[in-house]
Design a protein around this ligand. Structure first.
Ligand code: NOJ
Length: 768
């Protein structure tokens, strides 16, 4: 009797246990709901059950490429230890190992020498291409062309995967409003709506429809969270934002990436509300893994676990590892603390082994999804490497993306497009002949001098005479790996040659701005003008020839108020990657009609920063009467930007009219708004039609304008099109300070136009 009761009890517990194990959560891969992959989960669990604690922790350990793989095996120092760890199965991932032969070597050690032969996941910063570079991400975002952006990420995945890589630390989805921060080049700019759409496009591009394909790679949404809000724009600095900004501005692009199926997320260097992001349980466990049900893994940023000691948050390495793992950081990038400290922490009972199991499950899951267990060498195909890297197809996509990224900021007297014949052109500026700078920051696998320069691009057109003069050097700052490069900022000996060239020219094309290494990680600036003596050069040339086309190369918004007042044509050409010069030449000559729009506000001067279009109204937003002092303004500068978010011209012109709201938001659950767009110029062209809303009053104040829809429309001269936008609760609601999504009844304004400064407006209500 006793035995039967015991049996019954155990059967009940067993049933409970198995029911729990079999509960299948829906998993979203690239936006498609698919039933939780039980086959993968079974394999993960079986493998996990065979692993020692040390082997499990090994999966959570990521090392940088650590020795010259072609040389002899290191016998001493940190590299030797890493090598030994690799052989023991104490390394789950490596970064910065690239090329089929190198990747094969490390993979072989992991697979053939370690006890369980678990393959490595190979990470790399494939930020805007691998060897053939596309425009820097900020530039790509200026295209507002989601298909093109997705394709660009696809091409990057294609090239990187052919070089043995299967995981990229991209996209960076940090919203930033501060052009001083060097990493604005790596993101999608200042807007959450645009940033979320781009995050989704990039994730889908990298990961494809099926992660197990040989040419798709796992993506990584980074940096969770608020890294783009580094105080005073200084990289790695503290972020201090309110909960409303966190939920409404910072987190939505991460959610969009998650919904698009992103398999990994990276946390950030900064602290937020006194807690370094790496140890932030609220962000990692409560929101990402909890509320959003993210089942991929979180990697720390480089050394961010150990940096918690310098933050004054962790007492020592052991404490840092404990805090990070408890908060949900699954993989340690280059702090070595998990591999050194976690086993002891588990033994002491300070960290539960179930936490380790959860992290390892996540990491193994992604490895299974990539197909690494079926074939650890699937990304190691020498023939494919030769065929794919630098292929024509990838160059063509890079050129296409580069043209789409260019923004025409100003074009008076139709100075552009340039005439194709009989013109004497003076081409001035060190950047005009530079073949490295256009590659931008994050170019690890691209060789120096592999971009097409503007000089080369213009030479493709043979009808004009081009005289090139450097004029002045650009300060090049530091190279990718912080080797000091000679900075030549005050040498004006080249001015005279440039002035002579300009004097006898019909048109002067000046390529000025920042060198590719003046923006990017660790490259914050306090001045946003043209570096070095370039401003002086511009003014000196202007004295002798007013017909100047200024082509800007830069990784962030610059303050170019003087140029805006004095120079008739200004083209924002960022750092456009390998095909840069071809793209710029095609735009200058009108073979491509530009349609880019700014993804970040251009301030008039640094004092206005952070300056962004979707600011909140103050209690004193406008001048109440002439000469009143006490309203929200500056004494020495207007509040408005030089060029607003969304601004960008075309060689044709567009007219917006007949904005019409079809209905209020009520039980139908949507608002429809239409507008008519007409191409009123003489050329075929594309326009990014932008829709903004303003929620006039709410339980949390809302911005004066918020982008909530856009469409890229191409029209022939004289052609009109009616465009309809549909707004649902997703666009009309917002998050309260507890992170709950609200849709409140009330009055809204709606604006449609070609920039955030559009005044064509209408209104609607959300009915109670
Ligand atoms: C530090 C950067 O913040 C991060 O974005 C990058 O992916 C890692 N280094 C790896 O290079």
């Amino acid at each position: 009797m006793k035995i039967t009761r015991q049996l019954l009890f155990f059967s009940f517990v067993f049933l409970l246990f198995t029911c729990k194990e079999q509960k299948q959560e829906p998993l979203v891969i690239n936006g498609k709901d698919k039933v939780y992959d039980t086959e993968i989960e079974d394999k993960v669990n079986q493998l996990l059950s065979r692993m020692t604690l040390e082997e499990k922790i090994g999966q959570m350990n990521q090392y940088n490429g650590f020795w010259d793989l072609t040389g002899p095996e290191p016998k001493a120092g940190a590299a030797a230890k890493k090598y030994e760890h690799l052989r023991k199965g104490y390394v789950g991932s490596m970064l910065n190992v690239r090329g089929v032969s190198e990747v094969r070597k490390v993979q072989k050690i992991a697979v053939e020498d370690s006890r369980l032969g678990i393959p490595l996941i190979i990470g790399f910063d494939v930020i805007h291409g691998y060897k053939t570079l596309s425009p820097i991400p900020l530039a790509e975002s200026a295209s507002w062309d989601l298909e093109a952006i997705k394709k660009s990420a696809q091409m990057a995945a294609e090239e990187a995967s052919a070089a043995g890589i299967n995981w990229t630390f991209a996209p960076m989805v940090d919203i930033s409003r501060d052009a001083r921060w060097g990493r604005v080049m790596e993101g999608a700019g200042e807007d959450t709506f645009l940033g979320s759409k781009i995050a989704e496009a990039r994730v889908r591009g990298f990961q494809g429809d099926d992660l197990s394909q040989f040419n798709s790679i796992a993506a990584c949404a980074k940096h969770l969270a608020a890294y783009g809000f580094a105080e005073s724009g200084r990289d790695y600095n503290t972020a201090d934002i309110g909960t409303s900004t966190l939920h409404n501005v910072v987190l939505p692009p991460f959610k969009a990436a998650k919904d698009a199926g992103v398999r990994t997320v990276m946390n950030s260097f900064n602290e937020l509300n006194g807690i370094p992001a790496t140890a932030d349980e609220y962000l990692q466990r409560d929101i990402l893994k909890g509320k959003w049900n993210f089942d991929g893994f979180i990697v720390s940023d480089w050394g961010s676990i150990t940096e918690m000691i310098a933050h004054g948050y962790a007492k020592d390495g052991s404490h840092a590892a404990e805090l990070a793992v408890k908060a949900g950081s699954d993989m340690d990038m280059e702090s070595y603390l998990y591999v050194e400290e976690l086993a002891q922490l588990v033994k002491e009972g300070k960290v539960k082994e179930s936490l380790i199991d959860d992290s390892v499950r996540r990491i193994l899951r992604v490895k299974y999804e990539l197909g690494l267990f079926d074939d650890p060498y699937k990304y190691c195909n020498e023939t494919r490497e030769k065929e794919v890297i630098g292929s024509e197809k990838i160059h063509a996509a890079s050129l296409d993306m580069a043209k789409k990224s260019i923004v025409l900021l100003k074009n008076e007297k139709n100075l552009l497009p340039l005439k194709k014949k009989g013109q004497k052109i003076a081409l001035i500026g060190a950047l005009a002949s530079d073949k490295t700078s256009p590659l931008g920051s994050w170019r690890i696998a691209a060789d120096d001098s592999t971009a097409v320069s503007v000089l080369e691009g213009l030479h493709q057109y043979e009808g004009n005479t081009i005289t090139y003069a450097k004029g002045a050097d650009v300060s090049i700052g530091k190279s990718q790996f912080a080797t000091e490069v000679k900075i030549n900022t005050d040498d004006k000996t080249g001015f005279n040659e440039a002035i002579q060239a300009a004097k006898s020219a019909d048109v002067v094309v000046m390529v000025l701005g920042e060198h590719g290494f003046q923006s990017g990680e660790g490259r914050s600036r306090t001045e946003l003008g043209l570096p070095g003596v370039q401003q002086e050069l511009l003014e000196a040339i202007h004295k002798v020839n007013k017909n100047i086309v200024l082509v800007l190369n830069n990784g962030r918004p610059l303050t170019i108020s003087w140029a805006d007042e004095n120079i008739p044509a200004i083209v924002e050409a960022w750092q456009l990657g390998t095909e840069s010069g071809h793209a710029i030449a095609q735009v200058l000559y009108g073979d491509y009609n530009p349609s880019g729009k700014l993804p970040m506000t251009f301030p008039r001067n640094v004092g206005q920063v952070p300056l962004y279009y979707n600011y909140k109204s103050t209690g004193r937003p406008i001048l109440p009467a002439p000469d009143v002092v006490f309203w929200s303004h500056y004494q020495d500068q207007v509040n408005s930007p030089l060029y607003p978010f969304g601004h960008g011209l075309s060689y044709t012109t567009f007219k917006y009219e007949d904005i019409a709201v079809q209905n209020n938001y009520n039980t139908t659950g949507k608002v429809e708004v239409t507008v008519t767009l007409t191409n009123t110029g003489k050329l075929k062209g594309k326009e990014v039609v932008q829709l903004y809303i303003r929620d006039l009053y709410a339980s949390i104040t809302r911005p004066v304008k918020e982008l909530k829809g856009f469409e890229l429309v191409e029209l022939n001269p004289g052609e009109s099109k009616n465009i309809t936008f549909t707004l649902t609760k997703d666009e009309l609601g917002f998050f309260n300070n507890q992170g709950e999504f609200l849709l409140e009844p009330g009055d809204f304004k709606i604006f449609i136009g070609g920039s955030s400064y559009t005044t064509l407006e209408s209104e609607f209500k959300i009915e109670p």
